[in-house]
Ligand binder design. Sequence first.
Ligand SMILES: *Cc1c(COP(=O)(O)O)cnc(C)c1O
Length: 244
Amino acid sequence: MPEKLSEEMYRTLEAVRRNYEEIMETIARAAEASGRRPEDITFLAATKTVPPAVINYAIGLGLRHIGENKVQELLSKYDEYQLTDCDLQFIGHLQTNKVRQIIGKVSMIQSVDSLRLAQEIAKQSAKQNLTTDILIEVNIGREENKSGVMAESLEELLAAIAALDHIKVRGLMAIPPICDKKSDVFKFFDQMQQLFIDISAKTLDNVNMDFLSMGMSDDFAEAITSGANMVRIGSRLFGARIYR
Ligand SMILES: *Cc1c(COP(=O)(O)O)cnc(C)c1O
């Protein structure tokens, strides 16, 4: 633990340490309950609003994946992340005109839902002579005004993106609707798992179904039970977000 911390910072870091351990235990139990190993599940911390000092502390505890959801915030914190043992991903809605600013900085973009966005990622990646991994975001709850491709359009989008160079599809991501009953969320998780299985079985060229990214603070154990192998956890690790 770094020296000369304020009382408040000390308490924050202590809480993050406890939360981290509890999350790791919950992930391990959920993995084993569904016949997998704890290390088969990727724990990504959603770091929006979290100061770099706190993020870096969590990396020191063993956190290996972080994700930001706003380009501006990612860029403002970028020089301070300690990324030697940790990879940085983009998990939020991405506007095409901002793609250029994050290519080369993030290892994966989890929120691709249109060919136009994929084309821009491919174009900017080509300029830097690299390949960017992506997940396709599915609008599993069919919500209006929400990001993500509709399930019935997924295959067509996958085929179009797979034809592009400098971009590689690594799986699917979803943010199910907010439901009053938890059992309603499970229905969406199960639908995602079925989509993931169906697409995997088709073995499309240049498409790898490595990751099924779903489950957040309130439901990551259930998501793992429904087949998620990547969970994105924010407030359960860092505490409730304070928007300043
Ligand atoms: C904030 C965020 C999360 C994590 O949300 P919590 O409820 O705080 O765990 C996951 N995914 C995305 C895309 C996010 O923006």
